[in-house]
Design a binder for this molecule. Structure first.
Ligand SMILES: Cc1cc2nc3c(=O)[nH]c(=O)nc-3n(C[C@H](O)[C@H](O)[C@H](O)COP(=O)(O)O)c2cc1C
Length: 222
């Protein structure tokens, strides 16, 4: 499965089977995490067989069920943490989808279980992403149009529209899709997200999707 196919297949999945993730998939996920942590300076960890974070009334109220595995999105405190977690977390989400697993970003409906992962001095947990074999594959939801979230026109290069379409398939907090891509005259692209507690996480996520859709060889970020 290509990354673009995985982007089209992906939906948030909140209910999971109790099947443990196989050893070869755990190894593949950990390899990807190691690579990402090296590139980004983040301290992402795969937490396995830990049922407490989602065994609360609040998590059940959020329709989560059977969650025992998640990525703890930990990294150095600072202005870049949220966008970086969004960007690299979504790379992991797409990788998990390619491996036949399902995911859901979670900013709200979890409880922090401190001894389940490591947060070093100067680091912080930004949020978590559930992972496992879904009871469902999730489903389609409402989406804005490319014209609502970018300055795309019929005259725009094909790659720009492809990038925006890929961004529209990205997960965003409460499906708000509060982002805007602008293609400038010099061929560079800028991306912005409206203000909000999850806005910079969403921004990192949609930028990752845009790069996959548009092809990084076709443009540079402004
Ligand atoms: C940063 C972020 C935080 C999220 N937090 C939650 C959450 O706390 N609870 C929840 O049920 N879904 C959460 N979601 C999932 C979104 O509701 C979901 O991505 C959105 O509705 C779009 O649906 P889709 O992912 O199936 O495309 C979050 C998504 C993002 C990107």
């Amino acid at each position: 499965m290509t990354q673009m196919e995985a982007i089209r297949d992906r939906h948030s999945v909140r209910r999971y089977k109790d099947t443990p993730i196989t050893d070869d998939l755990i190894m593949a996920l950990n390899q990807e995490i190691e690579q990402i942590n090296k590139e980004s300076g983040l301290h992402i960890q795969l937490v396995l067989n830990e049922p407490k974070a989602f065994d609360t009334k609040f998590a059940h109220y959020g329709r989560f069920e059977g969650v025992t595995n998640y990525f703890a999105m930990v990294g150095p405190k600072g202005a870049d943490l949220k966008e970086s977690c969004g960007y690299y977390g979504e790379r992991l989400v797409i990788k998990a989808q390619q491996l036949g697993l399902h995911t859901c970003w979670v900013g709200l409906h979890y409880k922090t279980v401190p001894d389940a992962f490591t947060v070093n001095k100067g680091e912080k947990l930004a949020l978590v992403i559930t992972v496992g074999y879904g009871k469902t594959r999730g489903g389609r939801r409402k989406s804005k149009t490319a014209e609502q979230v970018s300055n795309v026109t019929e005259a725009s290069p094909h790659w720009f529209r492809q990038g925006v379409e890929a961004a529209l398939l990205a997960p965003t907090a409460v499906n708000q899709q509060q982002f805007m891509f602008t293609l400038h005259e010099d061929g560079t692209v800028s991306a912005r997200s409206k203000i909000g507690p999850m806005a910079n996480i969403d921004l990192g996520i949609v930028k990752y999707h845009f790069e996959v859709g548009a092809g990084t060889e076709n443009f540079a970020w402004k």
